[in-house]
Design a protein around this ligand. Structure first.
Ligand SMILES: *Cc1c(COP(=O)(O)O)cnc(C)c1O
Length: 391
């Protein structure tokens, strides 16, 4: 049995999205910047797509910029706020310890450019406290950037509350909503956000496309110089097939949001039920403020990588945390941020479920994980040490 349980890394392209894209790879190939009929036809589709995305998140069309995905959106949003802040002499940025590297590495780069960064604690539950945001804001703060939902442990942050605080204090607020869009309700006004980044391949759209919402009045900083596309804020001929595919995928996801969330969380709950009895295991992140489909667990005395390889041999695709840090031997910064000890963080497993999964697949996971964990422990000197210390 083949089980794809790594939907937080990327998702399968929806058939609707694929079908919507096909004409744009065959017949409708005009460049939206061209003045002839083929170009103008593409331009119309482009602006319709912008309107559709705006409608789906409660924004205005001119507040939507197409990007290459979540990383680009995060970079551009953060640099925009930094640029605006620097002009007023405000060079302090607030974020959290467990952001995606697209955020954290942009912040490190800005630190080298003279900005100071406060990374807020997320506590053992994996949730930022809005009063911590309020207390961290100073006269110098130009940006607060806090993710809507964490990509490794699935916890959902109190974005609307944080946004309200930022509004009151006159500080720009960006959220990396890559894991949230298409999975939980995302409405920019309800969330009180000024900027929000999203990526299509996390909601069954194509890879290499995303969008950035920027509230009108905020002068977006251009990061790619060239033509006048995206009103001069992001040069390069628009990726029409991908944009059209993203719209189709998001429409589909939003239309079926509640129904999918119900189906997905039922599968996730079955996994919890079937796996939480494993000796010396733990579930990471507060399940009461959570994405429907993400489950992160740690098993003491084993290496997450070995677990993944053996799961893969049984047809199960999972991950030990974020796809971006796999290959490095450092334990996940997300797990460390919620206080998981280094040696335990090494034994992590992230299962992320989508509506394309089935209960039958969950049973396969529930049968496989305990068997593999037992096997790995039987050959693990670390496990032997843990259990002998107990005696
Ligand atoms: C996947 C992901 C990103 C990066 O998105 P890309 O489209 O792959 O660049 C950023 N933030 C979060 C939370 C993600 O899960």
């Amino acid at each position: 049995m083949k089980v794809y349980a790594d939907n937080a890394a990327t998702t399968k392209l929806s058939v609707n999205a694929l079908n919507a894209m096909m004409p744009f790879m065959k017949e409708i190939y005009g460049n939206p910047s061209s003045l002839h009929t083929a170009g103008q036809q593409a331009k119309e589709y482009l602006e319709q797509a912008r309107e559709d995305i705006a409608d789906l998140i409660g924004a205005k069309p001119r507040e939507i910029y197409f990007t290459s995905g979540g990383s680009e959106g995060d970079n551009q949003a953060i640099r925009t706020a930094a640029y605006i802040g620097a002009k007023k002499g405000k060079k302090h940025i607030i974020s959290s310890k467990f952001e995606h590297h697209a955020v954290l590495h942009t912040l490190s780069a800005l630190e080298k450019e003279g900005f100071s960064v406060t990374l807020l604690d997320v506590y053992s539950v994996g949730i930022v406290k809005s009063e911590d945001v309020e207390n961290a804001i100073t006269e110098d703060t130009c940006l607060v950037t806090i993710m809507t939902a964490n990509n490794e442990i699935g916890t959902v942050q109190p974005i609307a509350e944080i946004g309200e605080i930022c509004r009151k204090k006159g500080v720009l607020f960006h959220t990396d909503a890559v894991q949230a869009v298409g999975h939980i309700p995302v409405h920019v006004n309800d969330m009180n956000v000024d900027m929000l980044s999203a990526s299509a391949h996390k909601f069954h759209g194509p890879k290499g496309i995303g969008f950035l919402y920027v509230k009108s009045g905020i002068p977006l900083k251009n990061m790619i110089e060239g033509g006048a596309q995206e009103r001069g804020k992001r040069a390069g001929t628009e990726n029409m097939p991908a944009i059209i595919g993203m719209v189709a995928a998001l429409k589909e996801a939003v239309e079926h949001l509640d129904e999918n969330a119900k189906k997905i969380s039922a599968m996730r709950d079955r996994l919890i039920d079937g796996l939480q009895g494993i000796e010396r295991s733990r579930i990471n992140g507060d399940l009461s403020h959570h994405l429907p489909g993400t489950l992160n667990m740690c098993f003491e005395g084993i290496e997450g990588e070995s677990l993944l390889l053996l799961l893969d041999m049984r047809g199960i695709c999972a991950s030990s945390g974020s796809a971006c840090t796999s290959g490095s031997l450092d334990p996940s910064h997300v797990l460390l941020s919620i206080g998981v000890p280094v040696e335990i963080a090494h034994g992590s497993l992230r299962l992320s479920i989508s509506e394309y999964n089935t209960m039958e697949e969950m049973e396969h996971i529930i049968k496989s994980v305990p068997e593999i964990v037992s096997y790995l422990r039987s050959i693990s000197p670390v496990w032997e040490k843990i259990t002998s210390e107990e005696k």
